[in-house]
Design a protein around this ligand. Structure first.
Ligand SMILES: [Zn+2]
Length: 296
């Protein structure tokens, strides 16, 4: 039995055409930021931005395969599927994808993606990189010149489990396998390597996604504070993140409201945020355990 010619050829042509068009289209992002007025009122502002995908990187922060907090690990596993769908869209649009599973990049030793980062030619940074060590990489601490204290108390490290709290242990070994690492992507958790990759490609726009917003997504040497110090246009993908926050600690809100408070902190002091909808056309990701009314 022979298939008609058009049946075998047409879908490929259509697919190729749609990918080519998608790759040329600018990213249209609704960037949400917050300002404070003289009277202390906070204002939310949303601005339509157009970013050239070829000058944009998506940095995936610490989406590890496991976590010492069982609840945190469960939430990453739940988010990883939609997260990978989002990464696929970003990649197809021409965005450069950097996987940054901190302290476990050795797992990817000798892979083309790890080598791509290690072999990127050195480019001097326009501002000093962080050198303070914390949790296996350099760290950008809370900056009193730029930000207020964090709106959630994570001094207990933020295990959100009810009942018995999780003991801190070395739990992660690699990035969660659900998130595909493809040819052309890079793997690094190093500030200088990240800068070499970005500068070498003329990338001036950086999207941060992953976990945990009150810690690594702000503090790692490839993450929000460092990228802002380096003068990049930075944006947080606010539905593809999570926090380490124990609702039993101040301000005593539920876990997901705690995350939203940190998103608002970032929008006020560091960079705007947008929802993955702007890339995927799908509703923003929401955790199953987030039982609050929709509409955040
Ligand atoms: Zn826990």
């Amino acid at each position: 039995m022979q298939f008609p010619f058009w049946l075998s050829v047409l879908p490929c042509c259509v697919l190729a055409a749609s990918i080519a068009t998608a790759a040329e289209e600018p990213l249209k992002l609704n960037l949400r930021s917050r300002t404070g007025t003289a009277s202390g009122e906070k204002q939310v502002r949303e601005t339509a931005a157009t970013w050239d995908p070829k000058r944009t990187a998506l940095i995936i922060c610490d989406m590890w395969d496991d976590h010492w907090c069982k609840s945190a690990a469960r939430r990453v596993a739940e988010m990883a599927g939609p997260f990978n769908d989002m990464v696929k869209q970003a990649r197809a649009r021409g965005v450069f994808v950097i996987h940054a599973p901190s302290s476990v990049t050795a797992f990817y030793k000798d892979t083309p993606q790890r080598r791509l980062a290690q072999s990127a030619p050195f480019v001097k940074t326009p501002a000093p990189l962080s050198t303070a060590p914390r949790w296996g990489t350099a760290w950008c601490w809370t900056d009193p010149k730029k930000e207020a204290v964090l709106p959630i108390d994570d001094s207990d490290m933020g295990c959100s489990c009810t009942g018995t709290k999780c003991a801190i242990r070395e739990a992660w070994t690699r990035q969660i396998a659900t998130i595909e690492i493809l040819p052309g992507d890079a793997i690094t958790d190093d500030g200088q390597e990240t800068w070499n990759l970005l500068a070498g490609r003329g990338i001036t726009n950086v999207i941060l996604a992953g976990v945990h917003l009150n810690m690594c997504v702000l503090g790692r040497p490839f993450a929000i504070r460092q990228q802002v110090y380096l003068g990049q246009n930075v944006a947080l993908m606010r539905d593809m993140t999570d926090t380490m926050y124990n609702p039993e600690r101040p301000p005593g809100v539920d876990h997901f409201t705690g995350t939203d408070l940190v998103v608002a902190h970032v929008e006020r002091h560091w960079c705007p945020s947008f929802a993955s909808t702007d890339l995927t056309g799908r509703p923003a990701f929401r955790f199953r355990e987030d039982t609050r009314p929709p509409g955040r």
